[in-house]
Design a protein around this ligand. Structure first.
Ligand code: ARG
Length: 266
């Protein structure tokens, strides 16, 4: 039996590529907002059809990246560790997401002291949390999150600017195993990952370049970019149900399915 998940999402009503804070973003290239909304709707529908619960936060005009809910916080055991964005363009999103949790009855909240971009750089497994640094999240926030959440946090160093958040290079398949693209990590972090996850799914550079690692698994079903061909094959071979989604417009901002999804762990 697959356990029901609870996801927080933000409809991309004000989505646009207006600035460039990662190598995927080209403000001159133009993104189709209506198409982005319909692609996002199909992602939401996919979760609902899998039996998961989706809650919505109201989008705010002037925050074109707010659709990327994963960056809004990290929620583990009902405790909400807020985000503090690295770039001023997204700074207002941190308090907006914390306000949603306050309005929805989450008592245990912490406004962070250190820069961190929520689940973009923190991925939760059963016994520990994997945390990325190198581009956005300050490693001091890893220690802050560990102290607040009471879970061990393991620091991993990202080295390729295309994979600026941990969730662009790695995703948990379940509470014990992961899929990842080794080329996104420093030598030492690659060794750590090999040591912790000898049975991991190793993704190809082609998978990584379509943000195939920006996937969401409930342990049975994996919602993944339709373009991630090698990864999808390997997941099927291992017995997972692959649920392909096309988020081509959001990819122009450097985001995929996981970026649009903040998991609320009660
Ligand atoms: N344009 C956004 C940024 O660069 C994309 C965020 C993607 N989110 C994620 N969880 N990787 O901040």
């Amino acid at each position: 039996m697959t356990q029901q998940r609870h996801y927080l999402m933000c409809r991309p009503e004000y989505f646009a590529v207006e600035y460039a804070i990662n190598p995927w973003m080209d403000p001159g290239a133009g993104a189709d907002r209506d198409l982005a909304v319909s692609q996002w709707e199909s992602l939401k529908t996919a979760y609902e059809q899998l039996g998961h619960k989706v809650s919505l936060i109201d989008p705010i005009e002037g925050l074109p990246d707010m659709v990327f809910a994963a960056n809004g916080a990290l929620v583990v055991g009902g405790r909400v560790y807020g985000a503090k964005f690295a770039h001023k363009e997204r700074a207002a999103e941190g308090p907006a997401y914390l306000a949603w949790f306050e309005a929805n009855g989450y008592q245990k909240r912490m406004a962070p002291t250190f820069t961190n971009e929520g689940e973009g750089d923190f991925l939760t497994l059963d016994d520990f949390i994997l945390a990325g640094t190198g581009f956005r999240t300050d490693p001091t926030a890893h220690a802050e999150a560990q102290e607040f959440l009471g879970r061990p946090v393991i620091t991993l160093k990202l080295t390729d600017p295309r994979f600026y958040h941990l969730d662009t290079a790695l995703f948990p398949l379940d509470g014990r195993n992961i899929a990842y693209y080794p080329g996104a990590f420093s030598q030492g972090s690659q060794e750590v990952l090999r040591h912790l996850f000898p049975d991991a799914v190793i993704a190809t550079v082609q998978d990584a370049e379509v943000l195939g690692l920006n996937a969401v698994s409930d342990g049975t079903n994996v919602v993944v970019s339709a373009q991630a061909a090698d990864l999808s094959l390997e997941l099927k071979r291992r017995g997972y149900e692959v649920v392909p989604v096309d988020l081509s417009e959001l990819l122009k901002a450097g985001g995929g399915p996981k970026c649009c999804t903040l998991e609320i762990r009660e």
